[in-house]
Design a protein around this ligand. Sequence first.
Ligand code: COA
Length: 172
Amino acid sequence: MLPLPNRLLTLRELNIADAAWMALLHKECFTPLQCWTAESFHSLLLQPSNAGIVLITKDEPAGFILASHVADEGEILTLAVHPTQHRKGYGTLLVNSLIETRQKHGPEHHIQKLFLDVMENNHGAIALYRSLGFEVIAKREGYYQMPAGKKNMAALVMQKKLNEPQHIHIPN
Ligand SMILES: CC(C)(COP(=O)(O)OP(=O)(O)OC[C@H]1O[C@@H](n2cnc3c(N)ncnc32)[C@H](O)[C@@H]1OP(=O)(O)O)[C@@H](O)C(=O)NCCC(=O)NCCS
């Protein structure tokens, strides 16, 4: 566990025993068509290419991030912060911790590009990702299923490049 300066906050890596509460928290954060079941989380956590982090406040999970990692590319599969805990920097902390944890695994495991899909009308999440240096690189029309009678929503594909070489301007 990583104790944070604020002693009420703890970060730790997710494991399969977390699947049940992850589904409950996901349900608080997403619509019934977008939230995932405990079985889904269980099978996602069993895959060695997937890993995630939970942020705990006062002994309760306040949010988590789950991502996959193949070769030098990562993808944020989901990010959820409990509605009562929004705008406290927890989403930011989870994304940054995910990147930091991954890059600590040694250069051969480094992620060069981190991707994610976000619903095009999820302005809060898009603002969060933009603030962290993600850019929109593509749009997937009709990616998210909506309730009967409503048009499916597009996903924006966002990317953040990591380990970018520093461009140093050397004056003549
Ligand atoms: C998106 C989500 C993870 C953000 O978590 P959070 O802990 O509230 O985010 P942070 O506190 O780190 O926000 C950092 C910055 O992102 C932006 N931001 C976050 N939520 C925002 C919102 N609802 N509206 C506008 N900007 C927002 C702001 O710039 C914010 O900085 P500020 O609070 O100083 O203005 C959270 O709202 C959530 O779980 N939503 C439901 C699930 C979801 O949409 N997940 C993402 C799916 S891709």
